[in-house]
Design a protein around this ligand. Structure first.
Ligand code: PBG
Length: 333
């Protein structure tokens, strides 16, 4: 096919009215693809703004229910739950306590909202361990490493407990080798064959998680996460991680963070046989909020453009702290 060229062809003809623009738009954001993260504490009534994430809160059970109710009214129906437990130890054992913070909030949200909501649980240990790493730590002199294979059974247990308490999807985020197959066999062994796994497959060791670590009280107490999360310089490795996770039974895969990794989202989308999620992380949220607060950017336009770029890059599912405001803007457009 040969295209006509100027002056017969004029691309600007299609941009001449809002109607024409809308008719020929190639991608669209919709509230159905949004997932809204919630930080939950084991309290009844509790509500505290996270200073590095203006507009986001740590919530007690009742406040979380109230926020879910408000979200449903504007069409946001999917939530990613993070727990902030009272008790931390070196293994993170409160993560698989059937009366732990996430298990309790799952039961309560399920009871209050039934099948109107989709609940996804972040499956990791950094919020639950005293040292803030994502599993069991093995120390050797002044070096330490995350003991991959010893952590896997704990991860499977955590997922089983959460699925039994009502999670619709479990989402392991610790970047452990073999995490998807360990979880799949744990779930299947408990008869939970219908619970899907959303694997944080390509999760980079990123500076953009800073505000989250305040919010979830999960910064590593020593060292960093570079021995388990991916090197930001790598591209092929993301595709390898995705294909490994898919081979182990991942029902959906994730790229995280989103903005500095739009190229990775596109490549994963092109290669993945399963839906692709992208996590628009805390530092990305904080940057836009800070610039908007200073009057340096138009907040609404910048946020919708940003979310649109993640979707255009190939993300089917968008996990974002902007979900509620973006849902309102899309609805009122
Ligand atoms: C691990 C986890 C992290 C985030 C989601 N799950 C933090 C980390 O890996 O240090 C970060 C999310 C964000 O920055 O918004 N449980």
């Amino acid at each position: 096919m040969t295209e006509a060229s100027f002056p017969t062809f004029r691309p600007r003809r299609r941009r001449n009215s809002p109607g024409l623009l809308a008719l020929t738009r190639e991608t669209r954001l919709s509230v159905e693809q949004f997932v809204y993260p919630l930080f939950i504490l084991p309290r009844e009534n509790f509500h505290m703004e996270i200073s590095s994430m203006p507009g986001q809160f740590q919530l007690g059970y009742t406040e979380a229910e109230r926020l879910v109710d408000e979200s449903l009214k504007i069409g946001v129906k999917s939530f990613l739950l993070f727990g902030i437990p009272d008790h931390k130890d070196c293994e993170g054992s409160s993560a698989w306590d059937s009366d732990g913070v996430i298990a309790q909030s799952l039961r309560r949200l399920r009871k209050a909202f039934g099948t109107a909501i989709t609940l996804i649980t972040d499956e990791c240990f950094c919020e639950y361990t005293s040292h803030g790493h994502c599993g069991i730590i093995h120390e050797e002199g002044d070096r330490f490493y995350l003991d991959n294979d010893k952590t896997l059974p704990n991860l499977a247990r955590q997922c089983v407990v959460h699925a039994q308490a009502g999670a619709d999807i479990v989402a392991p985020s610790g970047m452990l080798d073999g995490m998807v197959s360990a979880i799949r066999s744990g779930l299947d062994g408990a008869g939970l064959i219908h619970t899907p796994i959303l694997a944080y497959s390509a999760k980079y060791s990123s500076a953009f998680y800073g505000p989250f670590r305040d919010a979830a009280q999960s910064p590593p107490q020593f060292g960093d996460r570079t021995s388990y999360q991916m090197d930001p310089a790598n591209r092929l490795e993301a595709l390898t991680e995705v294909s490994q996770d898919v081979a182990q039974g991942a029902d959906m895969v994730m790229v995280k963070p989103a903005l500095a990794y739009l190229d990775i989202i596109r490549e994963v989308k092109n290669a993945s046989p399963v839906p692709v999620a992208a996590y628009n992380v805390s530092g990305e949220y904080a940057m836009l909020k800070a610039a908007a607060k200073n009057g340096w950017i138009d907040e609404k336009r910048a946020i919708l453009e940003t979310l649109g770029s993640i979707h255009r890059a190939g993300a089917d599912i968008l996990i974002t702290y902007h979900a509620l405001e973006a849902a309102r803007w899309i609805r009122d457009n």
